[in-house]
Design a protein around this ligand. Structure first.
Ligand code: SF4
Length: 182
């Protein structure tokens, strides 16, 4: 019964390299401390496919790079009380948004796969094989309301622990002077 009263926490992986989640794992034994104070209900670390309802806190890594990212982000926002932009890609686009100055995804895809579109996943005859890229990568706040920004590439484990500890305890965060981009 006790676990039902703990805050329901999710971590979400959108268009990012997973380095932010690796930094979360760097909490090491402090993860056990957090596990006693929260209930992890969704994460790339778990075998769960559907984002659940009634989530108290969600850490969202990565920017919105494809249509699946956009759909999941809007679902997360609709089902989450406190949404945290987790890392520089979520906060400001960062590495994921480096393709934006090129105008649309095709120059990057052509550089990676060649100009023969029959070889490019998700394009032309390959449509549907992977989620379509959005024309421009978006930081989270371009699409949904964000409650807190947790910058860093990746955010340091000590800062992640501070943020999770405060939010799980139901306190309001003050990240001024504690968090910087990069
Ligand atoms: S902020 Fe850095 S570590 Fe996190 S997903 Fe983006 S590139 Fe990777």
């Amino acid at each position: 019964m006790e676990s039902l009263t703990r805050p329901r926490v999710a971590t979400v992986w959108l268009g990012g390299c997973s380095g932010c989640h690796m930094s979360l794992l760097d909490l090491d034994e402090r993860l056990l401390d957090l596990a006693e104070r929260m209930h992890l209900v969704y994460s790339p670390f778990m075998d769960i496919k559907q984002f659940p309802e009634h989530v108290d806190i969600a850490l969202v890594e990565g920017a919105v790079a494809n249509e699946d990212n956009a759909r999941l982000l809007r679902l997360v926002r609709s089902r989450t009380a406190v949404l945290v932009a987790f890392g520089d890609c979520a906060v400001a686009g960062n590495v994921t948004a480096l393709r934006n100055p090129l105008g649309d995804p095709m120059p990057v895809l052509a550089r990676s796969y060649g100009t023969d579109t029959s070889r490019i996943p998700g394009v032309g005859a390959n449509a549907g094989s992977v989620p379509p890229l959005v024309p421009k990568v978006h930081m989270l706040r371009s699409l949904v309301a964000v409650d807190y920004y947790l910058p860093g590439c990746p955010p340091p484990a000590d800062l992640i622990f501070f943020v999770l500890s405060e939010l799980v305890a139901g306190r309001t965060l003050n990240l001024q002077s504690r968090a910087t981009l990069g």
